[in-house]
Design a protein. Structure first.
Length: 624
C-alpha cells in the first residue's frame, strides 16, 4: 500500500480545514485570569470532576459524547495561584473579552467574512475532561469568506471565537490529569468549505490562513498554539475528521495518507462482501489458553480476567492487510479496543506469535467455529474490560464490511492517524444563558497590514535585505521589532538581533524562548545609551536566558561587560599596537584588520566597534 500512488481527481478527493489559533490577549475569554502558561510543578492544588453527557434542548444526546461517557474516568485538574472560580466552573462566566473580540474581528476582515449582526454564545458538549464544565463556550462571528490558492479559491464557511480547552498533562490510573492554565484562552476556529482537491492545496490553504492570522500581530506563537484539523473524504469513502495536526509541514502527508487509507478500506470492503463476510457473537475463550506461554494472556488470566474472542467470517488475510504505513485493519480493531481500556488485540492473521502456539490457534478457531477462510480476534484483560473491548472490536469489524466509517481520528507523528471517537453532531450545541449576546461592529475594525506587505515595506523603508525583512515580518517577535524601531533603535541592528542573533544563540543551546520582550527592550536601551556595546549583546542575552530574574543592567554586570570610557579604550588599543609594533611599522594601515580583531578581543565587548575602530586608526596613524 505504501508504494501506491493515487489519482485524487479520479478518487473524488474532497477536503476542508479547521484552523484553531490561540489569540495573544492579556486575559482569558470569559474571566480576568492571565493567558500565561504555567509548569505543572507550579500548581498549588487539584480539583476532581466526573463528567456525564446531557441532552440538548431538543432532547437528543450526541453520539460522540455518549461513547465517551461509556469509559468511566476521573478527571483531575491542576490549579494555580491565578486560577479563578470561572475556570473551576464554580462561578458564572463574565462577558466576552473585548480585546479578543477586537482581534477576531480583524481576522474576519482579512478572511473577507460577512460578520453576524448579533453574536450568541453557545455551549458545545465536551465530556473528555478538557473542560471542567463539560462544555466549551463558542460564538459564531462570521460566515462566507474566501482565500486564494494557486489551484483556485477556497471558501471560508465560518469563524468561531471560543475558549481553549484545558491542557492534558498525563494519563493516570483513574483517568486523565489536566492543567487549567490553558483553559479559557481565547482562540478562533476557522472552517473552510470542502473546496480542497489535493494534499498540496490543503497545505497551501493552511499556510495562507496562518499568514493572515499572524498579520494581526495578536496571535500566540509556538508549539500547540495553532492546530489544524483536516476533514477528508473520497467518493466511495466517508467524511473523516483528523484532529490535532500540529505542523503545517504535515498537512499534505496527512491528507495523502488518509486518501490511501480510505481507498484501501474500500477495497477491503469489496473483498469482504464478495466473501459474504459476517461477524459472529463474541465468546469466552479462556479455556483455550489454560497454561499458555503467552505472557499477556497468562497475566490476564492469573489476575482473574478472561479471554474474549470473536469470529470474523471471511476475514482471513484481510485483518493483517496494510491500509496505511505500518497500520492494518487489525490496528483499527485495536484502536477501538483501547478505547475501553484494553492494551490491544491479537488476531489470527498474526498468530502464532507472542507466545501463542499453533495448537492454541487451532483450538481457538474451533472454540469460535471459525473455518479456514475466517479470522479470529481476541482480547485478554479483566472481564469487564475484555467484554467491552471485544464488543467494540466486533462493531468495527462489522463496519469494515460496509466500507469506510465516518469518525474522528487523531494525527500521529508519522503522518498516520488513529481512531478517537464518532463524528460529533449538532445535538451537542445549545445556547449559553449566562453570557449576553454581543453586536459586532465591522466598521470599527482597522485592516491589519499583511505579512507579505510588511516584508516589502521593511525592505523599502528600512533598507533590510529581502531575506532578513521576511524573517522579521514572519517572526514571532515582529511586534517587538516595530516597537523598538519606533523607539529609535536602528532597524538593521534590531532585525539582526531578534532573528539572526537569537537563531545563533538557540543553535548554541541557549534557552532563548525564556527571553521576554521587556528584556530585549532593556538591552536595546543599554546599547542606545552607550552602556553596552553591540558586540556584547550576545553575551548579555545568554546571561538573561540563564538567569531570567536579572535585569538587563544586572546581566551586563554579571557578564563583566560594564562599559569603559574613551581613555580606557585608547589604552587597550595602544597596548595592542605596541605588541604588534613591527607589523605596524612594516604594513602601516594594512595591519588594521588583523589588529582590530585583537583589540575587540582585548576589550571583550565592553566598547562599541566604531569607537575601537577610530581609536585604532588614530594609534596606527601616529606610529606609521
Amino acid at each position: 500500500m505504501t508504494d501506491r500512488e493515487y489519482d485524487y481527481e479520479e478518487l473524488g478527493l474532497v477536503a476542508g480545514l479547521e484552523i484553531h489559533q490561540q489569540l495573544d490577549t492579556a486575559t482569558k475569554l470569559f474571566c480576568g485570569s492571565p493567558t500565561t502558561l504555567r509548569e505543572p510543578e507550579e500548581a498549588e492544588r487539584t480539583i476532581t470532576r466526573y463528567l456525564h453527557p446531557t441532552k440538548s434542548e431538543l432532547g437528543e444526546v450526541d453520539e460522540a459524547a455518549l461513547e465517551e461517557s461509556q469509559v468511566e474516568r476521573e478527571f483531575e485538574y491542576l490549579a494555580y495561584d491565578t486560577t479563578c472560580l470561572v475556570e473551576e466552573d464554580d462561578e458564572p462566566p463574565a462577558e466576552l473579552d473585548a480585546e479578543a473580540l477586537d482581534v477576531a474581528m480583524q481576522i474576519a476582515d482579512l478572511l473577507d467574512l460577512t460578520v453576524v449582526d448579533e453574536a450568541q454564545v453557545m455551549r458545545k458538549i465536551v465530556i473528555d475532561g478538557s473542560n471542567t464544565s463539560g462544555f466549551q463556550r463558542s460564538v459564531l462571528l462570521g460566515q462566507e469568506g474566501s482565500i486564494e490558492t494557486d489551484d483556485g479559491s477556497v471558501g471560508i464557511e465560518d469563524m468561531m471565537l471560543e475558549e481553549e480547552s484545558a491542557k492534558r498533562v498525563e494519563e493516570t490510573d483513574e483517568g486523565v490529569r489536566y492543567s487549567l492554565d490553558r483553559l479559557g484562552i481565547p482562540l478562533v476556529e476557522i472552517g473552510t468549505s470542502p473546496d480542497v482537491r489535493s494534499p498540496e492545496q490543503a497545505r497551501e490553504a493552511a499556510e495562507r490562513i496562518g499568514m493572515l492570522l499572524r498579520s494581526t500581530g495578536k496571535v500566540k506563537r509556538g508549539l500547540g498554539t495553532i492546530r489544524q484539523d483536516v476533514n477528508v473524504s473520497i467518493a466511495e469513502g466517508a467524511r473523516v475528521e483528523i484532529k490535532g495536526v500540529q505542523a503545517l509541514d504535515d498537512i499534505d502527508d496527512i491528507v495523502a495518507t488518509e486518501v490511501g487509507r480510505q481507498a484501501e478500506l474500500v477495497e477491503v470492503a469489496d473483498e469482504l462482501r464478495e466473501r459474504d463476510a459476517a461477524v459472529d457473537d463474541p465468546v469466552d475463550a479462556s479455556e483455550v489458553f489454560e497454561g499458555t506461554d503467552s505472557g499477556v494472556i497468562a497475566g490476564a488470566l492469573d489476575d482473574g480476567g478472561c479471554v474474549m474472542a470473536v469470529g470474523l467470517e471471511g476475514f482471513d488475510g484481510l485483518v493483517g492487510r496494510e491500509i496505511a504505513p505500518d497500520r492494518r485493519l487489525g490496528t483499527e480493531l485495536s484502536d477501538h479496543a483501547k478505547r475501553h481500556g484494553a492494551g490491544g488485540v491479537f488476531h489470527t492473521d498474526e498468530l502464532p506469535a507472542y507466545g501463542v502456539t499453533d495448537a492454541e490457534v487451532a483450538e481457538l478457531r474451533e472454540a469460535v467455529g471459525a473455518g479456514d477462510d475466517d479470522a479470529v480476534a481476541l482480547v485478554a484483560d479483566s472481564t469487564e474490560v475484555a467484554e467491552a473491548a471485544i464488543e467494540a472490536v466486533a462493531e468495527r469489524a462489522a463496519t469494515a464490511v460496509e466500507g469506510v466509517p465516518e469518525e474522528t481520528r487523531g494525527a500521529n507523528d508519522d503522518g498516520t492517524t488513529r481512531y478517537l471517537r464518532p463524528l460529533p453532531g449538532a445535538a451537542r450545541l445549545y445556547p449559553e444563558t449566562d453570557v449576553p449576546p454581543v453586536e459586532p461592529d465591522p466598521s470599527a475594525v482597522e485592516t491589519p497590514e499583511l505579512l507579505t506587505e510588511k516584508a516589502e515595506r521593511y525592505a523599502d523603508e528600512y533598507g533590510l535585505d529581502a531575506g532578513l525583512a521576511e524573517q522579521v515580518a514572519y517572526g514571532r517577535r515582529m511586534p517587538l521589532f516595530e516597537a523598538v524601531v519606533a523607539d529609535g533603535t536602528d532597524p538593521t541592528f534590531a532585525a539582526t538581533t531578534l532573528e539572526s542573533t537569537v537563531t545563533e544563540l538557540r543553535r548554541d543551546g541557549v534557552a532563548v524562548e525564556r527571553l521576554t520582550d521587556d528584556q530585549f527592550r532593556g538591552v536595546f536601551a543599554l546599547v542606545a545609551s552607550g552602556d553596552l556595546a553591540k558586540e556584547g549583546v550576545n553575551e548579555v542575552l545568554t546571561v538573561l536566558a540563564e538567569e531570567p530574574e536579572l535585569s538587563p543592567e544586572e546581566a551586563v554586570e554579571e557578564a563583566g561587560l560594564a562599559g569603559v570610557d574613551d581613555e580606557a579604550v585608547r589604552e587597550a588599543v595602544a597596548e595592542v599596537v605596541e605588541r604588534n609594533a613591527d607589523q605596524v611599522e612594516q604594513q602601516g594601515m594594512g595591519a588594521f584588520s588583523a589588529l582590530m580583531g585583537e583589540a575587540m578581543d582585548a576589550l571583550r565587548g565592553k566598547a562599541d566597534g566604531e569607537v575601537v575602530s577610530d581609536a585604532l586608526r588614530e594609534e596606527i596613524g601616529e606610529r606609521s
